[in-house]
Design a protein around this ligand. Structure first.
Ligand code: UTP
Length: 408
């Protein structure tokens, strides 16, 4: 993009200040800023005036879940069908690793975190090991797509190469970068991080499929004949990935998506719960769960909203292609955003000073017609690492890994 085009684009959104220091930049910096402007979607900034508000919700009712007892009864047929699908190459896996992992507080990508005690055990290593269990079982590699962001791409790629992909066949690994969204003050004015760079952050995990499409990675999906994509979070070190039983169940039930869920540990546990919203599958975030919903009971007297999502979903590709061009709800989140002060120095604020704009994968569920809510054993599949200590932390995940016989 040329300077004049960039100026025209930013002027349309009232963001001319991003070019204020342009003339003082080096040639490389100029190029980088023009490229950033070209790639940035400024339209989200118009939503700043709406602030951090709850999005409108429809009528929430319970959704039936396939519980452990039912899964146990049908385990053999589900597993057989899922195994066959995997052997035919009809399933790929997508690792969502574009997040900033701010709560963990490491400068490196979250997957590079060493959770070992007596030896090195990296988060990426645990995830790949889990996937390799299935590879060994079916006798075939599974395509693994790794979503990174501009902020962590290089480190992620070089780390995995250096570690020889922890034994995974490199030919089956494809990286793609997710799109970025600008970060702004409370009036929707983009912050500059340096004189030649706008403050921007990854646009949320809901952008994974559109980013995959834009990066040209869908061609690989089509060429390989992949019909389902199992997306999973980088921070749950226990989850089973490309799980044949889950795949078989979702496909045999002819659902557009399958969602692995766990029974909540307490009514107020901080996990999003599956539900129906205006009759369509949906997820209520924990902070949206009213007392009434928390206390509601189903026909058997069990809590009606009792199954929490663990960010492990199996999406049918053809259904994703139908929704990819539809607009997704935008979540506006208050954050601490580095900015350039009047003296031209970068400041890292101590308190939130503006908004980040994100779309979330859970909103994709509501855009689809059918969802299999598939219960998994909490102690065997849920060990998220969000914080260094306390709840959902390195400590709690270590304890759960050891409980499952993993040496650390
Ligand atoms: P989280 O919501 O925990 O966010 O991501 P995070 O950025 O990793 O961590 P905090 O909130 O800053 O501490 C859940 C999953 O979604 C991915 C993360 O990498 C993680 O696997 N994610 C999140 C993305 O891939 N892109 C994003 O823009 C956001």
């Amino acid at each position: 993009m040329k300077y004049e085009e960039a100026l025209k684009k930013v002027s349309e959104y009232g963001q001319e200040h991003v070019l204020e220091y342009f003339q003082s930049l080096s040639e490389n910096e100029k190029k980088a800023l023009l490229q950033q402007i070209e790639q940035t979607d400024f339209s989200v900034l118009a939503k700043a005036c709406e602030g951090e508000k709850e999005l409108m919700r429809g009528v929430i009712t319970p959704i039936p879940a396939m519980k452990l007892s039912e899964i146990a009864e049908k385990k053999d047929s589900f597993t057989e069908y899922g195994t066959q699908m995997l052997r035919e190459g009809r399933v790929g896996a997508v690792l969502l690793a574009g997040g900033m992992g701010t709560r963990l507080g490491s400068d490196n990508p979250k997957g590079m975190y060493n959770i070992g005690l007596t030896k090195e055990v990296y988060i990426f290593e645990r995830l790949i090991r889990n996937l390799l269990d299935v590879v060994e079982q079916i006798g075939k590699h599974i395509h693994l797509f790794v979503m990174t962001s501009e902020k962590n791409h290089e480190k992620t790629v070089s780390f995995l190469k250096e570690k020889k992909f922890f034994g995974y066949d490199e030919n089956y690994v494809t990286f793609f970068m997710q799109d970025m969204a600008p970060a702004s003050d409370y009036n929707g004015k983009v912050y500059m991080e340096t004189k030649g760079l706008m403050s921007a952050s990854p646009n949320g995990n809901g952008g994974w499929f559109s980013s995959m499409k834009r990066a040209g990675v869908l061609d690989i999906v089509h060429k390989a004949g992949i019909e389902y994509l199992n997306i999973f979070a980088v921070d749950n070190v226990l989850q089973r990935i490309a799980d044949p039983c889950f795949i078989g169940a979702t496909a045999l039930k002819n659902c557009a998506v399958g969602a692995k869920v766990i029974k909540k540990a307490a009514p107020d546990e901080k996990v999003g719960v599956m539900c129906l919203e205006d009759g369509r599958p949906s997820i209520v975030e924990y902070y949206e769960l009213t007392k009434e919903l928390m206390e509601a009971k189903d026909a058997n007297g069990e809590p009606a909203y009792n199954y929490g999502v663990i960010l492990n979903y199996l999406f049918r590709v053809k259904d994703l292609e139908e929704i990819v061009s539809k607009e997704m709800p935008l979540h506006i989140v208050e954050k601490k955003i580095p900015y350039l002060n009047e003296a031209g120095e970068t400041v890292k604020p101590e308190a939130p000073n503006g908004y980040k704009y994100e779309s979330l994968v859970l909103d994709m569920i509501h855009m689809l017609d059918s969802c299999l809510v598939f219960e998994v054993v909490r102690e065997k599949e849920f060990a998220p690492i969000k914080n260094p200590t306390g709840v959902d932390s390195v400590e709690s995940a270590r304890a759960l890994l050891q409980l499952n016989g993993v040496e650390l």
